[in-house]
Design a protein around this ligand. Structure first.
Ligand code: CA
Ligand code: CA
Length: 238
């Protein structure tokens, strides 16, 4: 009896064990199924295109190709009876009064004019502004002999032509124009051309220093000149 019970118990245990095992296996399979396997799709040929684009803008730019002028340090030779001394720049050199009127200052060969160049890709109208005038630059004395003047010429012939295709520099070399803080348009439409062989202007300066300048002994006097350019778009009147 005891063996019979024991066998029945064993049989039950085995059945339970088998059931538990089956259930466990089913659960395990079920869990495995949930891990998930990536779907492997059939390979399909596909193409996409990429583009790299660039747009080059037309540049508008000018610069002072020669941007510094130093009249130097000196004085009026009053012992020779002079009351002023003049210095003027030139295209590649300059002029100055003889030694009987000027003592020292820069030698004429160093008085090279300033030069404006169109280094962009458009024709440009040009204006100049100065931040001073003769009185504020070298004057102020009772004699009022101070002068500070400028003129413009083509550094390369054909740089500044008008719509009739003739030379069109304003404030030409025949006349010296007194400098003040107004705006001076120096090259009318279509303006300073951009082609490298015809793209530059000379800015000549002429300075007369009075013997009684209130700035004598006051150190370096500086004039800042600003050139402003506008792209010529056609059609502007002048
Ligand atoms: Ca040039
Ligand atoms: Ca140029």
């Amino acid at each position: 009896m005891a063996e019979e019970v024991s066998n029945r118990v064993l049989a039950s245990v085995l059945i339970v064990a088998v059931v538990v095992s089956l259930v466990g296996t089913i659960i395990s399979l079920s869990r495995l199924a949930k891990v998930g396997v990536p779907d492997i799709l059939g390979y399909a040929l596909d193409t996409h295109t990429a583009t790299a684009s660039v747009q080059i803008m037309s540049t508008a730019s000018i610069r002072f190709q020669i941007d510094t002028l130093d009249f130097g340090t000196g004085m009026v030779n009053t012992s020779g009876g002079n009351t002023n001394c003049s210095l003027a720049t030139g295209d590649t050199t300059g002029v100055r009064d003889g030694q009987n009127r000027c003592i020292n200052f820069s030698v004429a060969s160093n008085l090279t004019s300033l030069e404006i160049e169109n280094d962009g890709l458009n024709n440009m109208t040009i204006n100049l502004t100065f931040d001073t005038n003769a009185t504020d630059y070298v004057g102020g004395g009772d004699s009022q002999q101070e002068e500070f003047r400028f003129n413009i010429s083509e550094n390369e012939s054909g740089s500044c032509i008008n719509l009739s295709n003739t030379q069109n520099v304003d404030f030409p070399a025949e006349n010296w124009t007194h400098i003040n803080t107004s705006m001076f348009w120096v090259c009318a439409p279509p303006g300073l051309t951009f082609e490298d062989t015809i793209d530059s202007l000379d800015l000549h300066l002429n300075l007369t220093i009075p013997y009684d300048s209130i700035y004598a002994g006051e150190g370096v006097q500086t004039c800042t000149i600003t050139a402003t350019a506008s792209t010529y778009l056609g059609g502007q009147s002048w």
